[in-house]
Design a protein around this ligand. Structure first.
Ligand SMILES: Cc1ncc(COP(=O)(O)O)c(C=O)c1O
Length: 403
């Protein structure tokens, strides 16, 4: 059996592949779905007469905020429509609390900490790291965060300032948080402090490609739990229209809304209102956005299925893999501590995978096990080669085959 694996390694190496499956990006066909947006002719005023070509409306034009309100199921007064990045809104949220949180700005807390469910999104960890905020990992379960671990983390420590979650199609392992899990999270966090921030990155809010467990709209659970002022939800159209060329939304309330408005007022005079208008004209309403997402689903789903075809061929003893119902990633968890080795072997055969460990704070996966696969961006032929390389690498590392 080892001879066969070595032969596969040699023939893949001979192909001199150069394939990058590190990031979850839409492919060209997905981007083409929104081409009409580029040449769309739009009026120069918003529906309430604001000149879109000039400064003004720092928190977004009314029609963009209405679309955000429909998508996030939050009242329009709780919605801010921003420029092209939801990550920027999350960053501004952390920044605003770092500088101005009441009664103590986070910068004046000796060792501020965030709870971070793992595996998670590397840029979230980078963001917290920028502020010297410690990301304290807790495990994810199928239906959301490990609530016991959450309670335990908060128990004897006064320096926690928030939690950062991707509540649907979690990046990278695809969990869907249940309403009960969210409601209990709110209970535990708000009992800990009425300033404890629930920061939700809802990047994959409408990105299902298979039937997905029902969730109540997040803002509804927020309202039922009465934590509007200590919750911030962000999302964007980065994987709806154009990566880095879309619009973003935030839902929040009370002091959290005041804080974000304060930092944004210093930082940016207003978002790109023309692009906001273009997006509203292109979609009109949330129902159209959702039917547009079905076109994405048709393109994405076969790529996940192709990846599974290869992963299913791996001996079960090597590890397990996720089968998400949406989002952009598959996680493979090796049963032995070999993730770093697998990623190195892939690189040797010309396939770049997100570095092992990057789905954990400080790039430290204690089990050296979790590997994130991003199947969407490459062509199907490239993906087939990449998965062949990946599975060959897993087998080589698992069975200790040295070349
Ligand atoms: C969880 C998560 N949040 C945010 C982003 C980036 O979103 P945006 O382009 O709106 O900043 C990504 C992109 O991969 C993501 O996976």
């Amino acid at each position: 059996m080892h001879q066969e694996i070595i032969a596969r390694f040699d023939s893949l190496k001979e192909k001199q592949l150069s394939i990058d499956i590190t990031r979850g990006k839409p492919d060209k066909e997905q981007l083409d779905l929104s081409n009409d947006l580029i040449d769309l002719s739009i009026p120069i005023s918003s529906e309430d007469g604001i000149d879109l070509r000039n400064y003004g409306e720092p928190f977004g034009i009314i029609e963009a905020r209405r679309l955000g309100s429909e998508l996030l199921n939050a009242p329009i007064e709780n919605i801010l429509a921003g420029e092209q990045s939801s990550l920027l809104l999350a960053y501004q949220t952390v920044l605003s609390n770092y500088l101005f949180a009441d009664p103590i700005p986070w910068k004046d807390i000796k060792n501020p900490k965030f709870v971070c469910p793992v595996p998670g999104f590397d840029r979230h960890f980078m963001m917290l790291d920028d502020f010297g905020i410690e990301a304290v990992p807790i495990p994810l379960k199928e239906d959301g965060i490990d609530l016991l671990a959450f309670e335990e983390a908060l128990k004897d420590d006064e320096d926690f300032v928030g939690i950062l979650c991707v509540p649907k199609h979690s990046n990278p392992s695809g969990e869907i948080y249940s309403d009960d899990n969210l409601q209990r999270m709110f209970e535990i966090g708000s009992n800990y402090s009425n300033k404890f921030l629930f920061l939700f990155d809802h990047a994959y809010l409408i990105h299902d490609f298979l039937p997905t467990p029902e969730q109540k709209p997040l803002w509804q659970v927020v309202e039922e739990s009465n934590v509007q002022d200590q919750t911030v939800v962000t999302t964007s159209f980065s994987k709806v229209t154009f990566g880095g060329g879309s619009i973003s939304f935030m839902a929040t309330s009370g002091h959290s809304m005041d804080l974000i408005k304060k930092v944004r007022t210093t930082m940016i005079i207003c978002p790109d209102k023309l692009n906001q208008k273009r997006h509203v004209e292109f979609f009109k309403d949330a129902a159209t956005v959702k039917s547009h997402m079905q076109k994405h689903a048709k393109l994405i789903r076969p790529k996940f299925e192709l990846a599974y075809e290869y992963l299913e061929k791996l001996p079960e003893e090597c590890g397990t893999f996720s089968r998400p119902t949406g989002g952009y990633f598959i996680t493979y968890s090796t049963s032995k501590p070999i993730a770093t080795k697998v990623v190195e072997l892939c690189k040797e055969m010309g396939v770049l995978i997100t570095p092992a460990g990057s789905t954990f704070p400080k790039n430290y996966d204690p089990n050296d096990s979790v590997i994130r696969i991003a199947p969407t961006y490459v062509t199907k032929d490239e993906l087939a080669d990449a998965m062949n390389v990946f599975t060959t690498s897993v087998e080589m590392a698992h069975f200790g085959i040295e070349i």
